[in-house]
Design a binder for this molecule. Structure first.
Ligand code: 4NP
Length: 170
């Protein structure tokens, strides 16, 4: 994926926000998985990771219990509290990772400058097997849908981190 690159330092950590509809299933999984990978790699001081929702429907809520139990079965803790994305997120963060095309469309509606627009990407832009490009919404389905989300997000976040690691300047 061709994302905007810059030197990543402790003073200027790379800031990433994952965005889905409710901020209780897919984007908290992105936040938790990438934080886990970054911790494992010992580069947590070089990244700031967050998540948000295009809706305010679940603001203040922890991640969905099925999302949390699937993540925990893979050793990943989801610690987010839901919040709605705000237009200043498009300035503050270096990269805004939408979980599906609908989330991306909402984010692009909020983006006014070319710089803001250039920060908006899809999670599955990083996936080696992107299928239709969407991380499917698991909310109304069973555990297997949540497990599928975790696997897609993990694969994509691994590729994202691989792309960013060479930018770290120690
Ligand atoms: P998320 O999943 O966007 O991955 O957090 C959803 C959560 C809630 C709803 C839809 C999707 N909802 O309709 O309330």
């Amino acid at each position: 994926m061709d994302i905007k690159k810059r030197p990543i330092t402790k003073n200027a950590p790379y800031k990433i926000v994952f965005v889905c509809l409710g901020n209780i299933c897919r984007s908290p999984t992105g936040e938790g998985v990438l934080q886990h990978l970054v911790n494992e790699a010992g580069v947590e001081e070089y990244f700031e990771i967050d998540s948000a929702g295009t809706s305010a429907w679940h603001s203040g809520e922890p991640a969905n219990s099925k999302s949390r139990s699937v993540a925990e079965s893979y050793g990943v803790k989801l610690l987010s509290r839901a919040r709605q994305v705000v237009s200043s997120d498009l300035d503050y963060f270096d990269l805004v990772v939408a979980m599906d095309y609908s989330n991306k469309k909402e984010l692009l509606k909020m983006a006014h400058t070319d710089d803001q627009k250039s920060k908006v990407v899809l999670m599955r832009d990083f996936d080696t097997t992107p299928q239709d490009g969407n991380v499917p919404d698991p909310y109304y389905g069973g555990l297997s849908g949540f497990d599928n989300v975790f696997k897609i997000v993990k694969r994509s976040c691994e590729a994202l981190l691989t792309e960013l690691k060479p930018q770290i300047t120690k």
